[in-house]
Design a binder for this molecule. Structure first.
Ligand code: LLP
Length: 446
């Protein structure tokens, strides 16, 4: 077997692993993919497909690994809600003492609904916060506003003044550091819309500290997402550290450095260093890169990981509706589509796809296929020219690493109701979002 075929048998330990079953089929004795103690075929039977399935143990473990890696420095992990905003997942993380990074009034509402007390660990980022959103965040008493422009600074001062509350402020600076990732999710260059140029920051800090209702207390940075070379983070933090020193010499009090999120996961080579059991080593290297430039600064480090916490802890379960051949090209038409998981269509992203049942004779029976959905667009694919063990109509496939930026980016394109979500803990599974019905979609239309 080649390395990718071997990876089929691995799943994503420890949350998703294959187990031997006793059932004999005409294709041999199958290994079946489990989420913790729950067999995926049973989940499909009970809840239907397409279905998002998450491992609670894996989310917890990854959060703990993250938290442990930074034990040498005062820090708060503020999970980036945009990656997966399901209330049950937020509640699970809040229960572990996690804080949250939000980018809208809606995300703030979710955090407060999951745990009212979490407000004091919320950071609020985003280039277009409205007065309404700023007001709601001030009322909730969040930890930090990551302000991204001069105009936003004025708007925040005005809102805070109106409420006679003081807003804790960090400016999100753009360090002009190039990070190797997809252009749509790279953010740290001056040509991007995010943050204020690091060279303009001192002037804005002076302006902020002149405002009665703003309290300058931090510097924040975020250079992009799905970055696996940790040195880029180190470079950005070195620039931030230099700015912190300058700001202090200008007389500002800087208590926080918010390093943003962006640590990537191994979509393609899961047995490589940055995934699975060795996540703790990988995140330790990340911690090293981030904390080295901050030595001696005596700040609390805020972290905004999203994907690295929930990405590998979720998969999208789908059934093969049809097999089809056009002039020798083979397609598997599945019941999930680009509206359920848009990453391949939007970023050309790679997601490993595995059959839920693996048979002893699979090794000899692989084929090259396109895995596509039913939506009427050529861009509606999950994999192209992918070598997979041969599967039949009605078989289940698992699209791996779909825990982050999966459900949150779903749509109703083609009037397709959104999938359900299930959270598994040991042998028990719980529906954490009901499957949408077409009637739900029609209800809000006049
Ligand atoms: N903080 C800020 C300010 C961000 O903009 C982001 C992600 C994060 C934290 C979390 O980054 P993470 O640790 O998850 O990489 N839809 C794209 C990803 C967009 C990321 C946007 N910002 C995808 O599916 O790859």
């Amino acid at each position: 077997m080649n390395s990718r075929a071997q990876a089929f048998t691995l799943g994503r330990p420890p949350g998703f692993i294959y187990r031997q079953t006793k059932r004999q089929t005409k294709r041999g004795v199958p290994l079946v993919l489990y989420c913790e103690g729950a067999a995926l075929p049973s989940l499909a039977e009970r809840y239907g497909t397409p279905l998002y399935v998450y491992s609670a143990a894996m989310i917890r473990q990854r959060y703990e690994a993250f938290d442990a890696a930074f034990c040498g420095i005062p820090h708060t992990v503020c999970y980036s809600v945009k990656a997966n905003s399901n209330l049950s997942i937020l509640r699970l993380l809040a229960g572990k003492g996690c804080g949250f990074d939000v980018v809208s009034g809606g995300e703030l509402r979710r955090v407060l609904a999951a745990d009212r007390k979490a407000a004091s660990k919320v950071v609020f980022s985003g280039v277009g916060k409205t007065q309404e959103e700023l007001t709601a965040a001030l009322k909730a008493g969040i930890l930090l506003f990551n302000v991204e422009s001069d105009s936003e600074l004025s708007a925040l001062a005005e809102c805070a003044g109106r409420q006679r509350r003081t807003a804790p402020v960090a400016l999100r600076v753009n360090p002009d550091v190039a990070a190797e990732t997809h252009p749509y999710i790279s953010t740290g260059l001056h040509k991007h819309k995010f943050g204020v140029p690091i060279n303009d920051a001192r002037g804005l800090y002076a302006k902020a500290s002149g405002s009665r209702y703003l309290k300058v207390c931090g510097v924040s940075v975020h250079i992009g997402s799905q970055i696996t070379d940790v040195s880029a983070f180190g470079e950005a933090l070195a620039r931030v550290a230099q700015l912190v020193r300058q700001l202090r010499s200008d007389g500002h009090r800087i208590d926080y450095v918010d390093a943003g999120g962006g640590l990537g996961i191994a979509y393609e080579n899961p047995d490589h260093e940055n995934s699975g059991g060795e996540f703790s080593d990988y995140v330790a290297r990340y911690a090293q890169a981030l904390t080295t430039p901050l030595q001696g600064l005596n700040v609390r480090l805020l972290l905004e990981p999203g994907r690295s916490i929930v990405g590998p802890a979720g998969l999208l379960l789908t059934s093969v509706i049809y097999r089809k051949q056009n002039d020798g090209k083979r397609f598997l038409v599945v019941d999930a589509a680009m509206n359920d998981l848009i990453r391949p269509a939007l970023y050309g992203a790679y997601h490993e796809i595995v059959p839920v049942a693996r048979h002893s004779r699979d090794a000899e029976r692989s084929e090259v296929v396109d895995v596509v959905g039913p939506v009427c667009e050529t861009g509606d694919f999950f994999a192209r020219d992918r070598e997979l063990p041969e599967v039949q109509e009605g078989d289940l496939l698992a699209i791996l690493d779909a825990g982050a930026y999966g459900m949150v980016l779903t749509s109703n394109y083609n009037t397709r109701p959104r999938p359900a979500e299930v959270l598994v803990t040991g042998k028990s599974s719980k529906i954490i979002r009901r499957r949408e019905k077409v009637s739900d979609l029609l209800r809000s239309e006049v």
